[in-house]
Design a protein around this ligand. Structure first.
Ligand code: ADP
Length: 161
């Protein structure tokens, strides 16, 4: 049986920290599905279609990784894709409480559901999509924080203004 895992998140936008988790998780599983949460409200920075497109571009050389959009309950998406493992990245202690709560709740909703936590690499432990957005909005350099297609896309947005 193929080992299929889901890596869910907003990826608004995908950062080098996310990419590091994707590369490491792809080595553990036969197939990794990066699941992008669709815009539940208008609060996201980039539209989900753009977020999906950027991730596809970033992972194009990783053969066992694909990208999908989803909404609704994660357990339903997990079942529909015949997966039973969800990968989450863990940065400092700040991620732990929320992640632990989600993992337990998901297992309550679907007992076969397992959450695999991958510890962030040291160099990305401080990195989040929110920090990238803040730096970008203040005209700071984001090239070393996000994959190249994302940096290029964000720069093109600024040039349109
Ligand atoms: P959310 O699910 O809260 O929208 P994100 O889209 O920001 O979160 O991130 C998706 C997953 O990636 C989460 O498990 C988050 O902890 C993890 N993650 C985000 N940034 C990093 C990073 N720099 N290093 C490791 N894991 C990360």
């Amino acid at each position: 049986m193929k080992k299929i895992a889901i890596y869910p998140g907003s990826f608004d936008p995908i950062t080098n920290g996310h990419l590091d988790i994707i590369i490491r998780a792809a080595k553990i599983f036969d197939k990794l599905i990066v699941a992008v949460v669709r815009n539940v409200n208008k609060k996201s920075f980039l539209d989900s279609k753009i977020r999906v497109q950027l991730i596809k571009d970033v992972v194009k050389n990783l053969n066992n990784v694909c990208v999908k959009e989803f909404d609704g309950l994660l357990v339903n998406f997990v079942k529909a894709n015949k997966a039973n493992v969800v990968v989450r990245g863990l940065r400092a202690v700040s991620d732990f409480e929320y992640e632990f709560q989600m993992a337990l709740m998901n297992r309550k909703l679907y007992p076969e559901f397992e959450t695999l936590f991958i510890a962030s690499s040291e160099k990305f432990a401080y990195l989040s999509s929110n920090i990238v957005k803040e730096i970008y909005n203040l005209n700071g350099k984001i090239d070393c924080l996000v994959p190249e297609p994302v940096a290029n896309y964000l720069k093109s947005l600024k040039n349109q203004k």
